[in-house]
Design a protein around this ligand. Structure first.
Ligand code: NA7
Length: 551
């Protein structure tokens, strides 16, 4: 019989972004006492941070909101096909009002340590202000891209100009000051050319005196083709939300786009060209996930689309040397996250925009005046770091999480993520990692898969409530099988040929150090089918303990 703990809450949630807020709301509706701790000053995660100019969605706006707030959906008019950060921030802030979640969130507070108490089936959670709380269950909803990467170049703190990381862009709400950042006439350096770098570069290029883009590896980018949503179309969208969400649910990536054909086998070059051309001029990810499914498995088919996009870059960038530098040579199209762009390539035709290839001429140090590469000194007024995130596991790594016998997450994941369904880790009972590593909801149009995930997990909590479950833990065997499945699925694709991407992380020591996949790329329907099967089989792969329940 477990010792009866003195609990502050039934459930503690770490993080009040899109996933955390909904989880809190749903569990509270079920009668759980639940509280969230959030490191930022408000709800919204990604969309309350990342206030850099040009920040917007690559998912169609109307595929992105919560589906379970029908009144808000009917009141809300999306301005453009791809909503901007301020619009999204406002939407999720309003959603928080409707769910009335803020009253159950402590803001500006980081969880530093969480320890499982084996004898009483509870978690002790320590905060950065030294407060301590105890709960039966602990849920992490820390976001996949919420722990920014800052490079470690010598002399970074010597630079006398303005310095920004795109994630921590100045704004009052989160205590980063509120001044508007002005690029007009300034010499600006941007480091990083991922989805964020691309958005910020095309914006800064409009007004900067000189813009120097420090590129390590280029990415394959494709046109976003954004446009305003007229009132008539918005009315149609409002009338069709259930169909829109149902369509996204049925696709592999949770977007409304899905493969038209299983294979390009038997197609002619002319047919492929016509299809690619049509999709290149269509908005959103049709060009990525809307044609031949075997572009992800067959190098020849991947070559067709890569050649097409390379030709587009050569057509759009006037200087052939610059164009070549902007064409990825180390991976095929779509095998890393495809940044969507609006006149990104044309920016390099402007006389004020310069591409610096830092593989060819590496950055040596920052100086009080700018950036020094091996061969050149760049005098700058501003450096913008668009250097990405410690993706997916960054939030978990920052906390000292200890399971049975004090086992740390670092020990458990020494050679890569080890989970059951990306949701639970053996020897870490009563802990759930929402939108975590090896989780089907992470490689997806996040709100769509996040909602499905929260529904599934909270259904499990309903079951546990009904059966008075005090302890739930994934079995070692179930986690081994799931982890193997994650790699088996990935090994059937070309994803393994593009490991320099935030889909992957580095694990292990010395000679054993290597890239391990962080996502599950089996697709949204396959993941949902798997978790539904687990549920239908009485939550197979989990052991549960309740005073009145045989294990
Ligand atoms: P990404 O996609 O991880 O891109 C980070 C970029 O920063 C990428 O071009 C990196 O080059 C570059 N980088 C990282 N560290 C360095 C150092 N030390 N020196 C030079 N360049 C560096 O992050 P994003 O923020 O753009 O996008 C992340 C996701 O957020 C995005 O997919 C959206 O879903 C939202 P590399 O390729 O590693 O050579």
């Amino acid at each position: 019989m477990a010792k009866k703990p003195d609990l502050d809450f039934d459930v503690i949630i770490i993080g009040a972004g899109i996933t955390g807020m909904y989880t809190l709301y749903r569990l509270r509706e079920m009668g759980y006492s639940v509280h969230a701790f959030e490191k930022n000053a408000d709800v919204g995660g990604t969309w309350t941070m990342n206030r850099y100019p040009g920040c917007k969605l690559d998912s169609e706006s109307y595929t992105y909101p919560y589906s379970f707030l029908p009144d808000l959906l009917q009141e809300w008019d999306w301005k453009t096909e791809f909503a901007t950060q301020p619009e999204l921030n406002e939407f999720f802030s309003k959603a928080a009002d409707r769910m009335d979640v803020r009253k159950d969130v402590t803001f500006n507070t980081q969880v530093m340590k969480s320890v499982f108490n084996d004898e009483e089936n509870s978690w002790t959670v320590e905060l950065d202000n030294a407060e301590v709380f105890k709960s039966r269950f602990l849920l992490t909803a820390v976001g996949a891209l919420s722990h920014p990467n800052m490079p470690k170049y010598p002399g970074m703190d010597l630079f006398r100009g303005e310095t920004y990381h795109t994630y921590y862009w100045p704004h009052e709400r989160n205590g980063f000051g509120g001044q508007k950042v002005d690029f007009a006439g300034k010499r600006v350096g941007v480091i990083g050319t991922g989805a964020t770098g691309v958005q910020v570069i095309q914006e800064v290029a409009k007004t900067a005196g000189e813009l120097f883009v420090f590129q390590r590896h280029p990415n394959w980018c494709a046109p976003l083709c954004d446009k305003p949503i007229e009132p008539e179309r918005m009315a149609q969208i409002k009338a069709n939300y259930p169909d829109i969400f149902a369509k996204c649910e049925a696709t592999n990536s949770g977007f409304q786009h899905d493969f038209m054909f299983e294979t390009a086998e038997g197609t002619t070059a002319e047919e492929r060209e016509a299809l690619f051309e049509e999709l290149y001029n269509q908005s959103g990810y049709a060009i990525w996930v809307g044609h031949y499914a075997d572009m992800f498995t067959d190098p020849k088919v991947n070559g067709y689309i890569s050649d097409f996009i390379a030709r587009k870059i050569r057509e759009r960038v006037k200087d052939p040397k610059v164009a070549e530098k902007l064409i990825p040579k180390d991976h095929g199209f779509g095998l890393k996250r495809v940044p969507m762009e609006t006149k990104y390539y044309e920016a390099y035709n402007q006389p004020n925009v310069h591409l610096v290839d830092i593989l060819e001429d590496p950055i040596q140090r920052m100086t009080p005046h700018g950036i020094e590469t091996e061969h050149t000194k760049y005098d700058l007024d501003m450096i913008i770091y668009a250097t990405g995130f410690d993706a997916i596991i960054g939030g978990i790594k920052q906390m000292d999480i200890r399971g049975i016998g004090g086992k740390t997450m670092k020990e458990s994941w020494a050679s890569g993520p080890f989970t059951y369904l990306g949701l639970q880790i053996p020897e870490f009972p009563n802990l759930f990692t929402l939108i975590g590593a090896h989780n089907g909801a992470t490689f997806c149009n996040i709100p769509r898969c996040s909602e499905a995930q929260v529904n599934w997990v909270t259904d499990l909590f309903q079951y546990m409530k009904e059966h008075a479950v005090e302890r739930i833990e994934a079995t070692e065997v179930a986690a081994e099988e799931w982890t193997q499945h994650v790699y088996d699925v990935a090994n059937q694709t070309l994803l393994t040929t593009a490991t320099n991407s935030w889909f992957w992380g580095e694990f292990g020591e010395g000679a054993k150090r290597g890239h391990k996949l962080l996502v599950y790329n089996g697709g949204n329907p396959a993941y949902r089918a798997k978790v539904e099967e687990v549920k239908a089989k009485g939550y197979e792969g989990f052991t549960m303990r309740a005073p009145a329940m045989a294990e």
